[in-house]
Design a protein around this ligand. Structure first.
Ligand SMILES: Nc1nc2c(c(=O)[nH]1)N[C@H]1C(S)=C(S)[C@@H](COP(=O)(O)O)O[C@H]1N2
Ligand SMILES: [Mo]
Length: 414
């Protein structure tokens, strides 16, 4: 007898899903005596014209960025991506989270210049046209603010938080730009240069010191995002992009690079973006965003409406490389099952995971645990808090929990 399973390798899986569907049908059977419906209005009259620049359907108007905490200064802006409403791995440009310390500068690209100076053989000033003549590269990468999911302090946590509130300061785009290494080679990096200052052209001149190894490795000077020029709030016309590193180092509105022999000790790496250790000292230059994941369905506001088959889905990422696997628990971490990773699985990029779930309608605690290709695993909240102490704010990457109540309502569980 021929081996059927070889011919239909996924048959068992499909049969399993079919059983779950039969238990709780996803659609109502069409009643034989259903009266004929009049055609909808949109089939009886001509449609609209097409806008010069398209916008989502008005029925999607609830899918928007949200402001994080209201600040005293209206130009100190933190917006969050509605992760629970998105599919796939790409964040649409209008929904990419934006973090701006001094508002969004209105930069004329024809007047924007990038100065490269300090320990270089030939100090240079580039216009946008000069820069885009270098060979370009396009790469898909996540960008995460190190302040994403500020979960260390229990007092800050609000029980009604959605995935957007807890994890919405991560987004993912195809970034196009020129290799920083090529631009630096043009200026000629001098021997002994070990650090690079990157400064933005916004009113706070946000600036960070970057080790030369990263600058010469995979850093890009990005001018485009998902096929079009950068959005103003994401750095138009030029930003530094450092794959896998805390968002703050990807300096937007980039106008100056200076090479030197030591870090420049800017405000953004002394007063801010350092990690306070239990002994009161501050850890500086903690650049890499560690392995992390979040379930986006079910999640608060995206309740499973009825028992039976549901697909649990979410996003995982790591600043150290590719996501190797994601395990999902529906009982608060007692048992784990391995989720399917949706291709493509790319380094320093959001990765979508999926797992079929036959919900019995009872209480459940949903968790996801990601492992990256270096073997790093997301810690539990207890383990992370014990390791980092009470003063830490940035770089929170613990396993996250959503509680499903018997009626289906999903809430944050910490
Ligand atoms: N010049 C400048 N660059 C900046 C910032 C800024 O306020 N000014 N914000 C930083 C922070 S804190 C983050 S998390 C990222 C966010 O990038 P995005 O707004 O494109 O998401 O930009 C970084 N680069
Ligand atoms: Mo940030």
């Amino acid at each position: 007898m021929p081996d059927e399973s070889a011919k239909w390798p996924r048959r068992g899986l499909l049969r399993g899903a079919g059983l779950a569907l039969a238990a709780a049908p996803l659609r109502k059977a069409l009643a034989a005596d259903e009266p004929a419906q009049a055609p909808p209005r949109w089939m009886t009259e001509q449609g609209d014209t097409v806008a010069d620049y398209g916008m989502p359907s008005p029925y999607e108007r609830a899918v928007i960025r949200r402001i994080r905490d209201k600040q005293k200064m209206p130009t100190v802006i933190s917006t969050m991506t509605p992760l629970q409403d998105l599919v796939g791995i790409i964040t649409p440009n209008g929904l990419h989270h934006a973090r701006c310390h001094a508002g969004v500068p209105a930069i004329d690209p024809d007047r924007h210049r990038l100065l490269v100076h300090g320990m270089v053989d030939r100090p240079m000033s580039f216009g946008m046209d000069d820069l885009t003549r270098f060979p370009s590269v396009s790469r898909l990468h996540f960008l995460e603010c190190s302040g994403n999911s500020k979960f260390f302090k229990a007092a800050l946590i609000k029980p009604n938080w959605t995935a957007q509130d807890t994890h919405g300061q991560v987004s993912c785009a195809e970034w196009t730009g020129v290799r920083l290494a090529d631009v630096l080679a043009e200026a000629g990096v001098q021997k002994g240069a070990t650090w690079m200052l990157a400064e933005g052209a916004d009113a706070c001149a946000m600036s960070r010191s970057i080790p030369i190894e990263k600058a010469l490795d995979d850093a890009i000077l990005a001018y485009a995002q998902n096929g079009e020029r950068l959005r103003p709030e994401n750095g138009y016309p030029l930003r530094l992009f450092l794959p896998g590193w805390e968002g703050n180092t990807s300096v937007k509105w980039l106008h100056r690079l200076k090479l030197g022999t030591q870090p420049f000790e800017t405000r953004d790496e002394t007063a801010k973006y350092t990690d306070l250790m239990p002994d009161g000292t501050a850890l500086q230059f903690n650049f890499v965003m560690e392995v992390k994941s979040v379930i986006t369905f079910p999640s608060p506001g995206k309740d499973p409406k009825q028992p039976g088959f549901h697909e649990i889905g979410g996003l995982a990422w790591s600043g150290r490389g590719r996501v190797a696997r994601v395990e999902v628990s529906t009982d608060g971490g007692a048992n784990w099952r391995e989720a399917t990773l949706q291709e493509p699985v790319l380094p320093q990029c959001l990765t979508r995971f999926r797992l079929p779930w036959d919900w019995d309608g009872g209480p459940a605690v949903l968790q996801s645990r990601a492992t990256d290709e270096t073997g790093d695993v997301q810690p539990t909240r207890e383990k992370l808090l014990a390791a980092r102490g009470p003063n830490f704010i940035y770089h929170y990457n613990a396993i996250h929990s959503w509680r499903v109540a018997p009626g289906g309502e999903v809430k944050l569980a910490v």
